[in-house]
Design a protein around this ligand. Structure first.
Ligand code: 5AD
Ligand code: SF4
Length: 476
């Protein structure tokens, strides 16, 4: 077991941030009184659920500082862009959005524009912002989210741009206010960072080493959410399976999950992401016995070829992976299993790629998130000389999708004629005539309904299933 290590930010540091919060709030209250309206804050989020969760903290702090959170950047006095770095495309999108805010700053020189998140936890991107985006007021990395109040105060007082250097240590900040997206679904981080260094991935460089929250902190947060009527709670971490190891806790993720499951109420627990090398039978056993634990396993496989898996530094073989899938299905025949698959990793041969396609046929995932490999500066795979040409990557991507789409349909078809428990999300965004919701396995369902509300668990009879969605009617 790892040596006991305290990864928690000293509470004094958070108290200091609350002092800044109070100070800014006073100013913002005065402004609201004289102008008859509050200053507004807009948070733009790119990337994964962890970033969504971080943005909820940014919005929470903004609200505590007396800003009203808005969805309209044009009316904001504070704009925070929370960036992603997982692929080149994500960075380009963020840069283009930051570019669009220049005219807002021209119109309103008082506007504060901040950029945070994974993209600007890389030195070359900080330099790029410094030189090419002079209207950005300050930049802060993933370990400094909780310091937003201080950064705003310093920017206002000192009037110069700030490039917050990453602290040498990445710590868990407890007690940051959170403004949740809705009252039904919530994210709860159980750990931060990643120690795995998959050879293609930027995450360990931009999110630091693994550090876990205590189970008391996680339990208290989940219990409060359930008490406040939240129905679907997703526990987050880059690799939840190594929860607790960094801090030398004498409990692991399976123990945590089992304890959370004892919370009384009508709710469901999801978790992501699991690394296959650490997915234990103990965890699967806990899930199969669970009362509130969704029988949904997101288990990124990445590739089906052992050679590619080795080069990716994934530390499992396909056979090891498929035996875990087999154990999940043995214990929970109805479990929904989803995965992440990447094509075009450097050196991936046609035969390696075909191994991925046959792996899909054996694993029979309900759904996959598919990615084209994108070289990330500073990672070992980006240095590899055998980069795959874009045209080959795209052609493989299309074949990957076609193969998986047929499997997804094959997995969904037997659901026709069954009645599933669905958490209602309200009227569908694209067609207000129908309602939409998600099954325990996160499959999207469209159904006719009256008197239904977002946040209700419903029984829906599935009349039709296609590749990406299920369609049905409510059974009362
Ligand atoms: N290029 C493409 N996809 C990537 N992912 C991570 N890094 C890269 C990269 N450099 C994918 C992996 C991971 C998911 C979150 O993003 O499949 O599981
Ligand atoms: Fe990236 Fe691998 Fe860590 Fe996932 S486990 S965040 S893919 S390094």
């Amino acid at each position: 077991m790892a040596e006991k290590k305290n990864n928690i930010l000293p509470p004094d540091e958070m108290r200091r941030q609350y002092e800044y919060i109070e100070k800014i709030k006073k100013e913002n209250d005065k402004y609201a009184e004289s102008h008859g309206a509050r200053k507004r804050a807009f948070v733009m989020t790119f990337g994964c659920q962890q970033n969504e969760a971080d943005s909820e903290k940014i919005a929470g702090m903004a609200e505590a500082m007396g800003y009203e959170v808005t969805s309209a950047p044009a009316e904001a006095s504070l704009i925070v862009v929370n960036t992603c770095a997982i692929r080149e495309h994500a960075e380009q999108k963020a840069l283009s959005v930051i570019g669009q805010y220049k005219h807002l700053k021209n119109k309103n020189p008082e506007l504060i524009i901040a950029v945070c998140g994974c993209m600007v936890t890389q030195e070359h991107r900080v330099n790029e912002i410094k030189h090419s985006y002079p209207y950005v007021d300050f930049v802060f990395g993933t370990s400094s989210i909780h310091r937003l109040p201080q950064l705003i105060a310093e920017r206002i007082e000192r009037g110069r741009r700030i490039y917050c250097p990453e602290e040498s240590e990445y710590l868990v900040a407890e007690g940051v206010p959170i403004k949740r997206g809705d009252g039904v679904r919530a994210w709860v981080s159980v750990m931060y960072g990643c120690n795995n260094f998959c050879s293609y991935c930027i995450v360990p460089y931009v999110r630091g080493r693994e550090r876990s929250r205590t189970r008391e902190a996680v339990y208290a947060e989940v219990a409060e959410l359930v008490a406040n009527g939240y129905k679907d709670i997703t526990l987050l971490g880059q690799n939840v399976n190594s929860y607790g190891k960094d801090s030398g806790y004498d409990y692991d993720f399976a123990d945590l999950l089992e304890q959370l499951d004892t919370i009384e109420g009508d709710y469901m627990l999801h978790f992501m992401t699991s690394h296959p090398k650490d997915a234990t039978h103990k965890l699967i056993d806990v899930m199969s016995r669970g009362k509130h634990i969704a029988r949904h396993f997101h288990l990124p496989m990445q590739a089906g070829s052992d050679k590619v898996l080795r080069e990716m530094n994934r530390r499992y073989t396909f056979e090891k992976y498929i035996s875990t899938v087999g154990y999940i299905r043995e214990k929970m025949p109805d479990a929904v299993i989803t995965s992440d698959i990447m094509v075009g990793f450097p050196g991936e041969s046609e035969s390696d790629f075909e191994d991925t396609l046959s792996a899909l046929e054996r694993a029979k995932f309900d759904m996959i998130y598919s990615f084209i490999y994108s070289p990330r500066k500073g990672t070992p795979a980006a240095e590899c000389e055998e980069q795959i040409p874009d045209a080959v990557k795209s052609a493989r991507f299309e074949r990957l999708l076609a193969t998986q789409n047929a499997i997804s349909l094959e997995k969904n078809k037997p659901l026709e004629g069954r009645t599933l428990r669905v958490l209602c999300d309200g009227r569908s965004k694209n067609n207000s005539e129908v309602f939409s919701g998600r099954t325990e396995g996160n499959k999207i369902v469209f159904f006719d309904g009256e008197d239904t509300d977002s946040g209700e668990f419903l029984n829906v009879y599935i009349e039709r299933a296609d590749t990406f969605a299920l369609y049905g009617k409510i059974i009362r």
